[in-house]
Design a protein around this ligand. Structure first.
Ligand SMILES: *[C@@H]1O[C@H](CO)[C@@H](O)[C@H](O)[C@H]1NC(C)=O
Length: 344
């Protein structure tokens, strides 16, 4: 452990969870190399008039300032970092463009209130810039007969590699781009813009297309899930998930090129919830039948027996020769029914 690591651990320990220290920001980020990030830093109203800054480094007291609200462009930012302060919303946003692996590390949202004896108000987050692939939307939903487009982004190192699209678990299903970054057949079309992205379009979706796929380039690959809904299930799901107020928005057909991720996830969630409650109802029904049926049979059996005995009794009563037996038989009747009532 180097001294700087030790100090860094101490800094981490003093970052108490749940402490609202005047500035808050988002959680740690993972970003594909070449991509951009926008980070919001929220502050308390009393800091609206102070200078805001964005800086890079493990320790906040020694970090390198990349942008300031009083000097939006600093040499250290290399023109890649822009800071915009909005005192009305009490937030400043930092945009960092074209991130490289070397940009990975700790960053600080800061408000410059510090004098000699007081520290600035800050919040930190870690940004991890990685090489490889990223998928804009990993869970896609399309309707039977329509088409769907998957967007796969890649970092510079994969620019010259061929791009592939495969059905998961079946490497023979892979289709790949030619030297111009294109592929097309009746079912699939791949377009590589030869800079940082390729799109895969699945044409006229069928139910059997539901499943896992790979977006791949060079040695890298990422899973994508595609769910193909029949128009009927879509309507059912829409009916079940919509309240009267949002019925209109749910029934508007969404463009296949940009399926709304949150809505589709929500719909699938409701569908499984629905299936789950159906299953619970089914099990309850079976249990009820299993309990009720023997009980019902038992009750019926007792009723029949009682009826039979009552009839026998009646027959004996009307027969004068059996008059002496009347008391005995009523006792027998009582005993036999009470045995049946409490004996099972
Ligand atoms: C390639 O596609 C990505 C993602 O859509 C886009 O940001 C980029 O500008 C495109 N590049 C070119 C050269 O068209």
């Amino acid at each position: 452990m180097t001294p700087s690591d030790l100090i860094f651990s101490l800094v981490l320990i003093t970052r108490l969870p749940g402490c609202f220290c005047g500035v808050t920001t988002v959680e740690d980020h993972s970003v594909l190399e070449g991509e951009s990030v926008v980070i919001p830093c929220h502050y308390e109203p009393q800091y609206a008039g102070y200078v805001k800054y964005w800086c890079h480094g493990k320790m906040k007291d020694f970090c390198t300032s990349l942008a300031r609200s009083d000097a939006p462009w600093t040499p250290a930012g290399q023109g890649k970092v822009v800071l915009f302060d909005d005192p009305v919303q009490q937030v400043f946003t930092v945009t960092m463009k074209n991130l490289q692996e070397a940009d990975s590390g700790w960053y600080w949202c800061g408000v410059e209130v510090g004098g000699v004896w007081s520290a600035d108000v800050t919040a930190s987050l870690h940004i991890n810039v990685f090489q490889g692939l990223s998928v804009v939307n990993r869970m896609l939903r399309g309707e039977e007969g329509s088409s769907i487009t998957v967007q796969c982004l890649y970092s510079q190192g994969l620019r010259l590699t061929e791009k592939r699209w495969c059905r998961s678990g079946d490497w023979s299903s892979c289709v790949l781009t030619d030297s111009e970054g294109r592929y097309e057949d009746q079912a699939v079309e791949i377009r590589d813009n030869l800079t940082n992205a390729f799109t895969v379009t699945l044409k006229s979706l069928a139910q059997k297309d539901t499943g896992w796929y790979w977006c791949a380039a060079g040695q890298k690959q990422l899973p994508v899930h595609i769910f193909v809904a029949t128009p009927a299930t879509t309507v059912l799901v829409a009916k079940m998930t919509s309240t009267p107020e949002d019925t209109e928005s749910k029934f508007v057909p969404t463009p296949p090129s940009s399926p709304p991720r949150l809505i589709s996830n929500g719909a699938e969630h409701h569908r499984t919830l629905w299936e789950y409650s159906l299953m619970v109802c089914g099990v309850l029904f079976i249990v009820l039948v299993l309990v009720l049926l023997p009980w019902k049979i038992q009750v019926q059996y007792i009723k029949n027996k009682r009826k039979r005995q009552a009839e026998e009794l009646k027959a004996k009563q009307s027969d004068p020769q059996c008059g002496d037996d009347w008391k005995n038989s009523s006792v027998i009747l009582f005993n036999s029914t009470s045995d049946k009532m409490f004996g099972f």
